[in-house]
Design a protein. Structure first.
Length: 79
């Protein structure tokens, strides 16, 4: 019974992801673009206050490594 529920849950998650991916817009990020980064370490419950900003940045893209993979540098380092 547990295996059946596990497989149904995985199928549902795959369906939701496919729907999201179909409607998500691709971003064409190039060298020199300014980006912000999500602070995933403080994302969890109790690790931040209600109105804390969970975005870091801005950063500058210095090198495109691959598909959705970039090297970034802090804008303050360049000044």
């Amino acid at each position: 019974m547990r295996d059946k529920v596990l497989h149904q849950n995985q199928a549902y998650q795959d369906k939701i992801k496919a729907t999201f991916d179909r409607h998500a817009k691709g971003r064409d990020i190039q060298v020199g673009d300014y980006v912000i980064k999500w602070d995933a370490r403080r994302e969890g419950k109790g690790q931040h206050k209600n109105f804390d900003n969970l975005w870091l940045g801005p950063f500058v893209v210095t090198h495109v490594v691959g598909n959705k993979t970039y090297h970034i540098s802090n804008t303050e380092d360049e000044q």
